[in-house]
Design a protein around this ligand. Structure first.
Ligand SMILES: Cc1cc2nc3c(=O)[nH]c(=O)nc-3n(C[C@H](O)[C@H](O)[C@H](O)COP(=O)(O)OP(=O)(O)OC[C@H]3O[C@@H](n4cnc5c(N)ncnc54)[C@H](O)[C@@H]3O)c2cc1C
Length: 446
């Protein structure tokens, strides 16, 4: 039986990426009609598409994101596995190499996630969305602008090539860049949100390889972190089916791996450890090598505005884009979709109107964004960001190093910091028990 819904409410979601689809599904549980408008043409098979250029790069799904998607789509975990995603036992299957720990102690932490291509994740989500009769999906439908009612609230959207606007009580901007929201605010004389940026200037060069079987290779995925003060890093990550790996080589501040095979391998050889280069030496390149520049992490504080126009809700990258090295973006927007679901469930119970969604969402947004945004603050360790470091950063680094040493030595601490990094538990969990005292003691040792 369908759950009770907010009467006669209509929602439009702009953008059919991970965020748009997840929020559409959250809305569909509670509102009468949901239309999802995506500018790219539909495609029955998973593959890269123009609207999500980052889809050709490594995309890890954190446990927090997997849990959020399982909440929105019961059976999602099994569906990913059925689609060929590679199960990763957290703490055990990915070899982590970082200064002082080559490798970081491996332990089965009793949890899992999956490795696969970004298009496969989207494809599996899209199959769930397609089965939901309450969501009307329109591919090939680029939205030109959000349009206003005479009272300044949102009336709907105008699609490129169509004169009449599509009307709705709620327009969700899940277009990634957020230009539609910013344009709407500017056009109606409203202030833009305050922004924080961390100009990390990171570049990832990625390629898919078939690795030669090697009985000595005891990892499914590999992460190589840079030398202190350096930026060269690697991620080697299995794709669906398990026969191919996507390899990302990262550098910062103008440093990046070349996009020809010889140059790519030569760059891999300069990494802090030989593990990635050893794996690639006899591997077969599949397809071309692509580079993606990520100039800055950027958070727009919509929650600090006096209010957003009624009926407007930005989500996902439209609010906050974070250095992909931490693998958080998809998980964050999936958690935002769960927040939308929880708020709407409350509104329905309390017979409150759809207009109350926006303020409640913005009020709760820091509970989703503060931890991942603090995580990307680790980027201030890069020498080219030295002059921008926040007060107390040196102590934050000492704290992080001490916590890391405790995690290496103690499985319970390892599990806790992993849960926090995977957005399963809040960073405030570090304050439980005697951990802060132990970290303080360890800081004196280190
Ligand atoms: C190189 C790189 C690697 C990354 N790696 C990871 C990772 O490992 N793990 C992780 O979780 N995240 C990663 N991310 C971040 C992740 O890709 C984003 O955070 C996530 O895709 C955000 O989802 P979204 O739905 O907000 O936006 P998007 O996924 O960008 O989707 C936006 C959608 O809106 C559509 N659209 C845009 N404008 C319009 C319009 N006017 N009308 C209609 N449709 C429109 C686009 O076609 C697209 O489908 C990475 C990002 C980059 C750049």
């Amino acid at each position: 039986m369908p759950s009770p819904s907010i009467p006669a409410s209509r929602a439009i979601v702009v953008g059919g990426g991970i965020g748009g689809m997840a929020v559409a599904s959250a809305l569909a549980r509670h509102v009468a009609s949901v239309t999802l408008l995506e500018r790219d043409e539909g495609d029955a098979h998973p593959g890269p598409r123009p609207g999500v250029p980052q889809g050709r790069h490594v995309h890890g799904l954190l446990m927090g994101g997997l849990n959020a998607l399982e909440h929105l789509y019961p059976g999602f975990d099994a569906a990913l596995a059925d689609a060929g995603a590679v199960r990763l036992r957290i703490g055990l299957d990915a070899r982590l190499e970082q200064p002082g720990f080559d490798p970081f102690p491996a332990r089965d932490l009793g949890a899992h996630s999956y490795a696969m291509s970004r298009p496969l994740i989207e494809h599996v989500v899209r199959q769930f969305v397609a089965r939901d009769a309450r969501i009307h999906v329109r591919p090939g439908c680029p939205v030109r602008e959000i349009v206003a009612s005479p009272d300044g609230s949102v009336r709907g959207v105008r699609v490129r090539g169509e004169d009449e606007p599509l009307e709705a009580d709620l327009v969700v901007d899940a277009s990634g860049r957020g230009a539609l929201t910013l344009d709407f605010l500017a056009a109606h004389g409203q202030a833009a949100p305050e922004e924080a940026v961390i100009p990390v200037d990171i570049r990832y060069t990625c390629a898919v390889f078939e690795l030669r079987p090697d009985p000595r290779r005891d990892w499914k995925a590999l992460l190589v972190r840079p030398v202190a003060g350096g930026s060269r890093r690697a991620i080697v990550y299995p794709l669906e089916g398990g026969a191919r790996w996507i390899v990302g080589l990262g550098g910062a501040a103008g440093d990046s791996a070349p996009t020809d095979l010889d140059g790519f391998l030569a760059y891999a050889k300069t990494l802090r450890t030989p593990t990635a280069h050893d794996a690639l030496r006899d591997a077969t390149l599949v397809g071309d090598i692509v580079r993606f520049a990520f100039p800055q992490s950027q958070r727009r504080y919509f929650e600090r505005l006096p209010g957003l126009p009624a009926g407007l809700l930005p989500v996902g990258d439209a609010i906050c884009r974070m250095n992909p090295s931490f693998g958080q973006g998809m998980s964050v927007v999936a958690k935002e979709a769960c927040l939308v679901d929880a708020i709407l469930a409350d509104l329905v119970v309390q017979s409150r109107p759809m207009a109350d969604l926006g303020p409640a969402f913005l009020a709760a947004l820091p509970s989703v964004l503060d931890d991942p945004w603090n995580t990307v603050g680790q980027d201030y360790a890069y020498p080219h960001l030295e002059g921008l470091r926040p007060a107390g950063f040196a102590r934050t680094q000492l704290f992080g190093a001490a916590l890391n040493r405790l995690a290496a030595a103690d499985a319970a601490v390892h599990r806790l910091v992993t849960d926090i990094a995977h957005l399963v538990r809040p960073a405030s969990a570090l304050r439980e028990g005697d951990l802060m005292d132990r970290v303080a003691a360890e800081m004196l040792v280190g």
